[in-house]
Design a protein around this ligand. Sequence first.
Ligand SMILES: [Zn+2]
Length: 221
Amino acid sequence: MKLTAIAAALSLVGLVAYWQWSGRRRTGWMVLAGLVLVPSAYFAWRQHTLELRLSEVVEQVSGRTGANANCQGFMREFRLDNNLGEVAFDGKGGTSTTAQVRGGVCSHLRSFIGGGAADPSEDQTIAVHVLTHEAIHVSGITSEAETECVALQRSKEAAIMLGAAPETARAMGQWYWNEVFPRMPGTYRAKECFEDGDLDLSPGDGIWPRRNLWSPAWKVD
Ligand SMILES: [Zn+2]
C-alpha cells in the first residue's frame, strides 16, 4: 500500500512536471493533481512523524534495538481482528519487533502528544497503555496476563516519553489499574498481579502499580 501510494504520487508529480515544462500546460488537471498531492503528502508526513515518536517508545520500553510501531491509517493497512494492537508471535516463543496499533488508538496518542500530555482523557490513557502492552510483547513476553501486568506498571515510562509529567504519568497507570484492569477478560488478569505479588516489578516499595522509574536519560524532546 505504502509503495503503491508513493509510486502513484511520484507519477502524478512527474506528469505535472511534464505538462509544465513541455509547454502543454493543462491547468485544470494540474490544479486537480495539487488537490490530491498536497493533502496526501500532509497526511503521510503526519503519520510518519507519529510513528517515529511511538517507535522510540516501543524501542525503549521493549529494550529491543530497531523495534518500531506501525499505525493503521492513510499509508498503512493491516488487519487487527478485534484487538487495539497486535504483535506477531512466531510460535516458538519469539515475538516480532513491530507493534501494530489500531488507527483510533494512534489518533488518541496523537492528541495526547498534541495536548502536551497534560490532563489526559480516558481514551488517551488507554491508548498509552495499549502502546505499552504491545511494547511488552515486543520485549518477548507472549502471555497476555503477564504482558498486561507488566504494562500497567510500565505505562508511566511511555507516558513520560510522550511528554507527560511524572505525576500525570503515575496517575494514568493508577487509573488504569483501578478502572480498566478489573474489567479485562480473565486471560488478561494474572492472579499474581497485585502489590508485592510475583509480577510486582518493584516488590516491597509500598507503591502499586509501581514506583516511578523514570530516568532523565529517557527524556525525549
Ligand atoms: Zn496482548
